[in-house]
Write a protein that binds this ligand. Structure first.
Ligand SMILES: [Zn+2]
Length: 425
């Protein structure tokens, strides 16, 4: 994730939510989220990054030899990450971060906005003593990001001086997010106190799938958060089952839990001769913070890079959905020439086993090829088809000939048969 630069920097966060300060007769207009507020925040805070970049050029930032860093490196050293009205400023030097807070305050004041002090924190990601409130790490978009000291064999190596960093960055679901998820699950289990098991499973599954997908690029699995979520949900379901069976827990286990594969404890419906409806678990989705590939530079899905975005997301408004999902499946590589597709290439769908040879028009029989690779593949397919049809004809002729008694005479095929009692050649 953002680890490479982040691991070396101090992390600071402020301005999680800002409040409008229009005051009329002691009434404070509070910030109320509306569907438009992220859009308004985007409009209002556009330009904040440019302002910070202009400041970054002027900071006193020296390399290991005591010389001033280049302008490019200075801009690189100051990270600004924003999602709607929530933002982070990251730098290894705390004085720079304090100065940024003042600058942003001034900049917002010019627009009649204010940083909310209760939501603004200056913190260190590794050392709690350096943080304003004595807590290391910070929360951003439902994730908690913090560094922990580890031995030299468990951490990354700093690229410049080839020394071990001495700490590891963990990105986990934040405490609030975990709690809210459990509250949501609790609400659903309570709602279905008297319902059938299938209805409960049907409502729980999308919640579990959605939550784990959101945290798929975090370390939730390696810190055991997914297992914990499964366990907490199990406790809720156990209480639900006990209630349904009038306090008889053993009966509830027998009725609502079953063995599927190697797992003895699957919360699933019992239906004879049908697929049981199964509750998803958090752990089966898995997650890893190293799986995420950072979006390059200032790319956005709307800047026309069709192949890049279709490969990344498996969908794009300007790309047919079949092509986009094939691109994602093939990771942007043409299986014929093993080269990456580039912007502007001709992309053609192809049946792996040709339709004429009995291939089906299904996703598992489709692939995406370059235009010229598709031509080469079709030529090869056609030769197979020809061979195949020739074989078919020969087989038929042989079958017909087997009905007669035939032999070769002077390279001429002769059929010996009997007709009206007389032999003929
Ligand atoms: Zn190709």
């Amino acid at each position: 994730m953002m680890e490479s630069r982040m691991t070396r920097n101090c992390h600071v966060r402020f301005g999680e939510r800002y409040e409008e300060t229009h005051q009329s007769q002691d009434w404070k207009v509070r910030f109320v989220p509306t569907p438009l507020s992220p859009l308004l925040a985007n409009v209002a805070l556009h330009g904040l990054e440019t302002m910070l970049n202009e400041y970054a050029v002027t900071i006193d930032y020296r390399n290991c030899y005591g010389r001033q860093e280049s302008q490019k490196n200075k801009i690189k050293s100051l990270n600004f990450i924003r999602y709607a009205d929530d933002f982070l400023v990251l730098h290894r030097d705390s004085t720079v971060v304090h100065r940024c807070r003042d600058l942003i305050s001034e900049w917002l004041n010019g627009m009649g906005l204010q940083l909310k002090p209760s939501k603004t924190r200056i913190t260190h990601t590794l050392n709690p003593e350096l943080s304003e409130d004595g807590l290391a790490g910070f929360d951003f978009l439902g994730h908690h990001i913090q560094q922990f000291p580890v031995g030299k064999h468990n951490c990354a190596i700093e690229p410049q001086n080839k020394k071990p960093l001495g700490f590891r960055t963990l990105i986990t679901p934040s405490k609030d997010a975990c709690k809210n998820h459990q509250l949501e699950l609790k609400r659903v289990v309570r709602k279905h106190k008297y319902s059938h098991q299938a209805r409960l499973i049907n409502e729980l599954n999308p919640i579990i799938r959605g939550w784990t997908n959101y945290y798929q690029f975090s370390d939730a699995q390696s810190v055991g958060e997914l297992t914990r979520q499964d366990h907490l949900l199990f406790e809720k379901l156990r209480a639900w089952g006990r209630h349904k069976c009038k306090g008889k827990l053993k009966k509830a286990y027998e009725k609502y839990w079953t063995k599927i594969g190697n797992n003895n404890w699957v919360f699933a419906t019992r239906q004879e001769n049908a697929n049981p409806l199964r509750l998803l678990t958090h752990t089966e989705f898995g997650s890893s913070s190293t799986k995420y590939v950072k979006v390059k530079g200032e790319d956005s899905p709307f800047n026309g890079k069709l192949v890049y975005w279709s490969t990344r997301m498996g969908r794009n408004p300007d790309m047919p959905s079949r092509k986009a999902s094939l691109l994602k499946r093939q990771k942007g590589v043409c299986p014929w020439c093993c080269l990456h597709f580039r912007e502007g290439d001709i992309l053609e769908e192809d049946h792996v086993l040709a339709r004429a040879l009995g291939g089906k028009d299904r996703y598992d029989n489709l692939q995406l090829l370059h235009g010229h690779c598709h031509d080469a593949k079709t030529a090869l397919d056609l030769s197979y088809i020809r061979e195949n049809s020739l074989k078919k004809h020969l087989k038929q002729i042989n079958k017909e000939l087997d009905k007669f008694n035939w032999f070769w005479k002077d390279d001429i095929l002769c059929i010996q048969g009997k007709s009206r009692g007389r032999e003929f050649h």
